[in-house]
Design a protein around this ligand. Structure first.
Ligand code: SAH
Ligand code: F3S
Length: 490
């Protein structure tokens, strides 16, 4: 039983407004992390300029793209099954259809896809999307096309992403790409390259554009947002070589948060993902200072054992992580914290596992994403360590971790019963068409009767009950986050 990030979104397609001038049909399916979903918005935007409209009917597509994930073997297997499916459609129904692989699997497997698995026409890594017009021209002429070059600079800061499958209220904005951390289990540094940050000006402009279109919440996105550092462009690792002027005027993540929150006081700001070794107290103070920065930190720990943390090349100890959690609660009293956890990393003993469970009891996470270790070719762990924890042990430990998470999650949710919390209405509740669903600052979904409220309203909701994942209540009025205008128009 493995939790998948954004499970309901996996494999969703993208559908844009039809542009009458465009005549070709693009079907694009996305898997994996939020960054991939965000990248698909960039890809659709680039291809809209090349004569493509999106479709969600696979059989009628001229071009099928799949944005892929390599994080665990299971993610890759899912994509392989989809490639087989596209190929069947191509053989039986639509021989002119072209198929392209994007994202992390494209980067990891490179031209192997074209040579060994003849079902693919095009392979495009995460830093090469601007080359899509050329690559599509290649496959149009019957040649295979591949670009998996990783970049030192590409942040797509100059591309206005089209918002796909959007609720019109919440949007994701990428602020960094790549990761320099080299956790020994992780394939991301190999598939997404070195870490680089996006120009704050272009971030602020994109957010300004979103607010003018009525969006009410943005999530700043990166593999390790706390490591954000803008000093005029270039790789994070080259910062020490920058000019004294560039260093002195650099913008770090806490400063970026302050800038965004100050520029758009009626916009909610979230961010993901944080890294314990890189998050600074300045970031915690920025959250505490600005009412519109949500009180929620996704702070993966992966293990509660010092020995395993070291083997994973996570550059902090259990004790340092616990003191960080203490500071989070001291500086931001109502902050919710969630985790990512890996169970069954090579050499993990029963004692290491107990250390993970006891860390979880200490932190009392609100929420979590828990995974059984999956060996990824090319990573340090795969090269140096044997995947020696038996599958049944991994899965038993995973279940124990999930059980603790369920319990602490429920306890944390119960904290809200009797309290009034501010929620941003995102959509109709999945379970009832008479109820709205929105999230509070701590990222809990709350459901409550619709009354006369509408999607995009900030409302105060009195919580009367909960499950481990959902708060249940009723609205008691608008919140002042709407600003005066929205209330007057009611
Ligand atoms: N910093 C990234 C992490 C990406 S991977 C972020 O933005 O979230 C997401 C999670 O997948 C990791 O935190 C880790 O818990 C899990 N993961 C990564 N590699 C894994 C592997 N080889 N096996 C199992 N889980 C893994
Ligand atoms: Fe992976 Fe560690 Fe970076 S989990 S994405 S190498 S912070």
């Amino acid at each position: 039983m493995e939790k998948i990030i954004e499970e309901e979104k996996q494999g969703t397609t993208v559908q844009l407004e039809i542009n009458g001038k465009n005549s070709r049909k693009l079907y694009i399916e996305s898997y994996g992390c939020q960054m991939n979903f965000s990248d698909s918005e960039i890809v659709a935007s680039i291809l809209a300029q090349e004569g493509f409209n999106t479709t969600n009917v696979l059989e009628e597509a001229d071009l099928v793209l799949v944005n892929t994930c390599s994080i665990r073997d299971k993610a890759e297997q899912t994509v392989r099954k989809r490639l087989e499916k596209y190929n069947r459609v191509k053989e039986r129904q639509n021989p002119n259809m072209k198929v392209g692989v994007l994202g992390c699997m494209a980067e990891r497997l490179k031209s192997k896809f074209l040579e060994e698995e003849k079902i693919v026409d095009m392979v495009v890594g995460p830093d090469a999307y601007k080359d899509l017009p050329n690559l599509v021209a290649e496959i149009d002429e019957g040649r295979d096309a591949v670009n998996v070059i990783l970049s030192k600079e590409e942040t797509y800061g100059d591309i206005a992403p089209v918002r796909l499958n959007s609720n019109g209220v919440t949007a994701f904005v990428s602020i960094t790409r790549g990761c320099d951390n080299m956790c020994t289990f992780c394939v991301v540094p190999f598939t997404r390259g070195r870490e680089r940050s996006r120009d704050p000006q272009s971030i602020l402009e994109e957010i300004g554009d979103l607010t003018s279109k009525g969006f009410k919440e943005v999530t700043l996105l990166g593999q390790n947002v706390d490591s954000y550092l803008w000093y005029g462009g270039g790789l994070k690792k080259d910062f020490s070589k920058a000019t004294p002027m560039a260093q002195a005027t650099a913008v770090d993540f806490a400063q970026l948060l302050n800038q965004v929150a100050t520029a758009y006081p009626n916009l909610r700001v979230r961010f993901a993902t944080s890294n314990p070794q890189d998050i600074s107290d300045d970031v915690l103070h920025a959250i505490a200072k600005h009412r519109n920065i949500c009180n929620y930190i996704h702070l993966p720990v992966q293990s509660g054992s010092d020995r395993i943390l070291k083997e994973m090349n996570r550059l902090h100890t259990r004790e340092e992580y616990m003191r960080l959690i203490d500071r989070v609660h001291a500086i931001i009293p109502e902050c919710a914290v969630s985790q990512d956890m890996i169970t069954g990393f090579p050499t993990e003993t029963e004692q290491d596992h107990q250390d993970t469970l006891s860390l979880m009891e200490y932190v009392k996470y609100d929420y979590g994403f828990m995974f059984a270790y999956s060996e990824r070719p090319g990573t340090m762990a795969a090269r140096k360590m044997k995947d020696d924890v038996p599958e049944e042990v991994k899965s038993r430990r995973l279940n124990e971790i999930i059980a603790v998470q369920r319990r602490t999650g429920l306890e944390r949710a119960q904290y809200f019963i009797g309290k009034t919390v501010e929620c941003l209405i995102e959509k109709e509740s999945k379970k009832s068409d008479t109820q709205w669903a929105g999230r509070n600052s701590q990222n809990y979904v709350a459901v409550f009767p619709k009354e006369n409220y509408k999607v995009g309203d900030f409302v105060n909701v009195k919580i009367t009950d909960c499950t481990s994942a959902t708060l249940i209540g009723e609205a008691v009025g608008y919140s002042d986050m709407n600003g005066p205008l929205t209330i007057d128009t009611e």
